[in-house]
Design a binder for this molecule. Structure first.
Ligand SMILES: [Cu+2]
Length: 146
């Protein structure tokens, strides 16, 4: 993290790293670092290098794994979904886990999956929907996207 902070500071991206010198004091751990050049005056980084660095940061952020999305779990019990209604934000990964002793399904209008005891299934949700277990008529659930 200190390396990243150092880079940001060298590029003048840290608030207070230029302008008022009183507010430009580095983090305590970097105060006595010899690797840090004076960001005011000589050694200013050209705009092209700054753009290149920002593009690199954007690429690194884009490469973060999909698991960075929020995740929530819905249990399949004998014979109900727990919780029956789950409210999530758009893009959340919903995981259904069969925690019962019977086989169940998660069946919507457009897709269906059978889960044996201990099995799980997940997908990212972008809109709300209702679902049922085809084996147990009263076993119904709902995902609400707010
Ligand atoms: Cu069932």
């Amino acid at each position: 993290m200190a390396v990243v902070y150092s880079c940001w500071r060298r590029l003048g991206l840290v608030p207070g790293s230029e302008g008022n010198p009183d507010r430009a004091s580095p983090a305590p751990s970097l105060r006595h670092s010899r690797a840090l050049p004076n960001t005011r005056g000589e050694g200013r980084i050209p705009m092209f290098t700054r753009s290149l660095f920002l593009a690199l940061v954007a690429l690194m952020l884009a490469a973060l794994p999909a698991s960075a999305a929020p995740v929530t779990t819905i249990g399949l019990r004998d014979d109900y979904f727990s919780p029956g209604t789950k409210t999530v934000s758009k893009g959340t990964r919903v995981v259904w886990v069969n925690r019962g002793r019977s086989n169940h399904t998660v069946t919507t209008r457009s897709w269906s999956v059978r889960l044996d005891p201990g099995e799980r299934y997940s997908r990212r949700v972008r809109q709300g929907f209702r679902y049922v277990c085809v084996y147990h008529g009263a076993m119904a659930g709902r995902v609400v996207v707010r």
